[in-house]
Design a protein around this ligand. Structure first.
Ligand SMILES: C[S@@+](CC[C@H](N)C(=O)[O-])C[C@H]1O[C@@H](n2cnc3c(N)ncnc32)[C@H](O)[C@@H]1O
Length: 242
């Protein structure tokens, strides 16, 4: 069974595996995996293996129309999660200066969060911020970075907030322990410190119910990063249900 929340990606996967009848694909949020399992199998079947590959994919960076990447000009939205209520547009145009600064700092460790929030609020006095390129320009007016786009962290924080990524991870880790059979394995691949902290603490706080497989997270080696750039920030943690 595979669960993918983004309808555009879901349709691509569905086409690709059209003739694969061993695979059951669902366009939903993985926080609903208990309901989905019950609906499909009727009885309370326990799972042997669960993999959570978190975050976004290359499709979101290169092709998605939702304004997740700063490389493409599109409307500020970022809602991948089908249940997401607030869009990036709502947040950027309505949150107070303090709320914006806290968001950038807490969800992406943005050290210039206050200056960026200030620039956003000043710009808003003249007009609403409609596109992701407008937002990139505002961030660039106060932050310089020669190695990567200065708006990288702002975009990351907004995407995490819009799609409730951290809350969803907490919910689904709890559910996974109820859905997995004894000796079953749960693997989580995370891509930023906020996610990894949640997985690490979940494991630490549930040692009476699970056994970690690796003490420290597994990281990609040099060869893997060379062949797959998007693996560079990945951390893998895994545990067995006891
Ligand atoms: C790192 S990408 C997977 C990349 C994939 N393994 C590949 O090689 O192309 C993570 C995927 O999980 C999806 N996703 C993230 N959070 C989700 C959630 N809460 N429920 C369902 N799908 C989710 C994203 O939309 C994205 O397509």
């Amino acid at each position: 069974m595979g669960i993918e929340q983004d309808p555009e990606i879901f349709n691509i996967i569905k086409q690709k595996y059209l003739n694969e009848n061993r695979l059951y694909l669902v366009n939903s949020n993985f926080t609903k995996m208990d309901e989905i399992l019950k609906e499909k199998f009727l009885l309370n079947k326990k799972l042997k293996f669960i993999v959570f590959d978190l975050g976004i994919s290359m499709f979101h960076i290169k092709e998605s129309s939702k304004g997740i990447s700063f490389n493409k000009d599109s409307k500020l939205d970022m809602r991948i999660n089908l249940d997401a209520k607030e869009s990036a547009y709502d947040i950027i145009n309505n949150y107070s200066k303090e709320e914006l600064a806290n968001l950038f700092y807490n969800l992406a460790d943005e050290t210039m969060s206050r200056q960026i929030a200030n620039a956003i609020v000043n710009y808003r006095k003249i007009k609403k911020i409609e596109t992701n390129q407008e937002l990139v320009k505002i961030v660039q007016s106060v932050k310089k970075d020669r190695k990567k786009n200065p708006a990288t962290k702002v975009f990351q924080a907004l995407r995490i907030k819009v799609n409730n990524e951290l809350e969803n991870l907490q919910i689904v880790l709890e559910k996974s322990l109820n859905l997995i059979q004894k000796d079953g394995i749960v693997v989580v691949v995370s891509y930023h410190s906020g996610e990894d902290r949640i997985v690490k603490n979940f494991i630490k706080n549930n040692l009476s119910r699970l056994k970690p497989i690796n003490k420290k997270p597994l990281l990609p080696d040099y060869q893997e990063i060379r062949s797959n750039q998007s693996a560079r920030s990945a951390k893998l943690r895994a545990f067995v249900k006891i």
